[in-house]
Design a protein around this ligand. Structure first.
Ligand code: ZN
Ligand code: ZN
Length: 290
């Protein structure tokens, strides 16, 4: 087993907030250069750019995952990530049926275009994509799990469009992990619904801890004190906390990332690591402006 690195939250030109230069090809090019092992494309409420992303990821020989950053009815963002393109596209069609039909105004909100593998625009999505789907948090999670996907509430500590901003806490649930934006240890108020203690008996082998120290130094990464506190207390912590770039421009990729201890840098390897507490949030001290 070894440590792998993932960036599980990236926007392309399909998201109105995403830069027009953020084509799937550009994202794949940039991701291939960062040394990150596993990249997920997660536009707002749609996976229409994932087919092109799949092609370019394969041609650059790195592992891609597919999905979206869905907005649940409570107006919190949630990462919905799938191991295959086919399931992501199936879920994308499902989400489309639950999106309010409010016209997008590209001048005001930004473009929402999807492209083919040659970066030709295939279409401009007519309805404003980041709107809330008419699906509650729990229902959305159930639909993702029904398709064998990972459900991860996004940037839970952000002051907008997060569980914290919308609900004031992180409700207990069947989430596969939680994404944190800032380097912090979740306080008791944020996690008040969760049974204590949140640590459990899994331990990482000493070799994993040694290898981690080396990676953090060599790659100029800082990991979350939430995780080091738990490991210091002798156990892994659940739910796993991840970090991701939430890149709106390709050069943001990898500024925040997730390290996970697994057999392979695959969807299954990631899932097992998340469920065992073998994953941690990390920040690039080079790329990230603290
Ligand atoms: Zn978001
Ligand atoms: Zn996002």
């Amino acid at each position: 087993m070894q440590w792998y690195q993932a960036d599980l939250h990236i926007h392309s030109c399909l998201s109105p907030c995403g830069d027009l230069s953020a084509s799937p090809r550009m994202i794949a090019d940039y991701a291939a250069d960062t040394g990150i092992d596993l990249i997920a494309l997660t536009d707002h409420n749609s996976s229409l750019n994932c087919p092109s992303f799949a092609y370019h990821a394969q041609s650059r020989n790195f592992q891609a995952l597919f999905g979206m950053e869905a907005t649940c009815a409570e107006e919190a963002h949630c990462l919905c990530i799938f191991g295959t393109l086919a399931t992501a596209m199936d879920f994308s069609q499902f989400a489309e049926r639950h999106l309010p039909k409010v016209q997008n105004d590209p001048e005001r909100a930004g473009d929402q275009v999807w492209v083919d593998i040659h970066e030709n625009i295939e279409g401009s999505y007519p309805y404003y994509l980041p709107n809330a789907l008419d699906l509650g948090l729990s229902d959305l999670c159930t639909e993702v799990h029904r398709r064998d996907g990972l459900f991860i509430p996004a940037h839970i500590d952000r002051n907008a469009m997060s569980l914290l901003s919308q609900l004031g806490r992180v409700p207990f649930g069947n989430w596969d992990a939680l994404e944190q934006l800032h380097i912090f240890t979740p306080n008791e108020q944020l996690m008040s619904d969760w049974p204590a203690p949140r640590t459990h008996g899994n331990k990482l082998p000493p070799a994993a801890l040694e290898a981690l120290t080396e990676i953090l130094i060599n790659q100029k990464l800082m990991c979350s004190p939430h995780w080091t506190d738990a490991i210091g207390a002798g156990a892994c912590v659940l739910p796993s906390m991840i970090a991701s770039s939430d890149a709106h421009e390709p050069h943001w990729i990898g500024q925040r990332r997730t390290l996970f201890w697994a057999e392979t840098p695959s969807f299954e390897g990631l899932r097992q690591a998340l469920h065992q507490g073998y994953a941690l949030a990390a920040w690039s001290t080079e790329k990230f402006k603290f």
